[in-house]
Design a binder for this molecule. Structure first.
Ligand code: NAP
Length: 261
């Protein structure tokens, strides 16, 4: 029976967040795993709790926080992950980057999507998911964390925010997330609550989205492993990171080593 910290993870049914769930479960965390489909299989595999909900719905975030308190009597941490930008673009009939050969991470001549071909509704949808999504989760978990006098929050971001490139045209939205992490860490650090972001680079779980040649342009010479992001998030949640707040930690194999945050 697990007795460790209690953590909500959103978007946990697959991808990076399911890797975070496996990592935290192995570290004895008690988890509330949320996604639209309910994370049933993963919850069963890890002997944790799943709940169906969307990061777009404030009441669903409140329900996850209430479930953590009901099941475990406390809430120590929360991790935000949501849908990928490619999925948001697809919802607006905008094709993802084709698997063309890439000579740079930037504009690929085989990929003639113009920024203003993308409807403003898609920009709003991405902001709603990747900026307001973390804010909804944070708003729901703050009351129990403040009552306990401690808490740690990590939101997944992405390197497309740091060096915007045409294959990920909505990426600059996420700079707002980094800004909110700074603002809210300033407000709640005195309550013992730490708020950070992790910006993954090109991850192996999305390798089918990336053009040939991109892997070789990563200084590390490979895509990142989900387990590496999971370990980075676990570190930021842990007491070892107790003096780190308001930061965005970039984990990208060296792609953005010169980027200012
Ligand atoms: N993979 C990469 O290379 C990479 C790089 C940089 C940044 N990122 C960022 O990391 C995050 C996760 O990426 P990923 O590759 O793990 O994505 P993924 O494999 O597509 O998984 C996303 C998960 O989120 C859930 N989800 C989608 N919409 C949701 C919603 N409205 N509410 C709750 N859950 C929702 C989905 O499950 P359900 O269908 O059950 O809801 C799915 O399991 C994204 O923000 C992405 O932009 C990824």
């Amino acid at each position: 029976m697990k007795t460790g910290p209690v953590c909500i993870i959103t978007g946990a049914s697959g991808g990076i967040a399911s890797g975070i769930a496996r990592e935290l479960s192995a570290r004895d965390y008690r988890l509330i795993l949320l996604s639209r489909s309910g994370c049933g299989d993963l919850a069963e595999e890890l002997d944790q709790t799943g709940i169906a909900g969307s990061v777009l719905v404030e009441a669903d975030m409140e329900a996850a926080a209430a479930l953590a308190i009901e099941r475990h009597g406390r809430l120590d941490c929360a991790v935000f992950s949501g849908g990928r930008q490619a999925d948001i673009l697809k919802a607006y009939d905008i094709a993802p980057a084709p698997p063309a050969s890439g000579e740079s991470f930037s504009f690929d001549p085989a990929y003639l999507r113009e920024p203003f071909d993308i409807p403003f509704e898609a920009w709003h949808a991405n902001y709603d998911m990747n900026v307001l999504g973390p804010m909804r989760l944070l708003k729901a978990v703050l009351p129990p964390m403040r009552a306990q006098g401690a808490g740690a929050f990590v939101a997944l971001s992405g390197i497309e925010a740091l060096q915007p490139r045409m294959p990920y045209p909505l990426g600059p939205n996420r700079l707002a997330l980094h800004g909110f992490a700074k603002l809210l860490s300033d407000r709640f650090a005195g309550d013992g609550i730490r708020i950070n972001c992790v910006a993954p680079g090109l991850m192996e779980n999305a390798a089918d989205e990336f053009p040939d040649g991109w892997k070789e342009m990563v200084p590390a010479g490979r895509y990142g492993a989900v387990s590496e992001i999971a370990a980075t998030v676990a570190f930021l949640l842990s007491p070892e990171a107790g003096y780190i707040t308001g930061q965005t930690l970039v984990a990208d194999g060296g792609v953005n080593r010169n980027a200012g945050l």
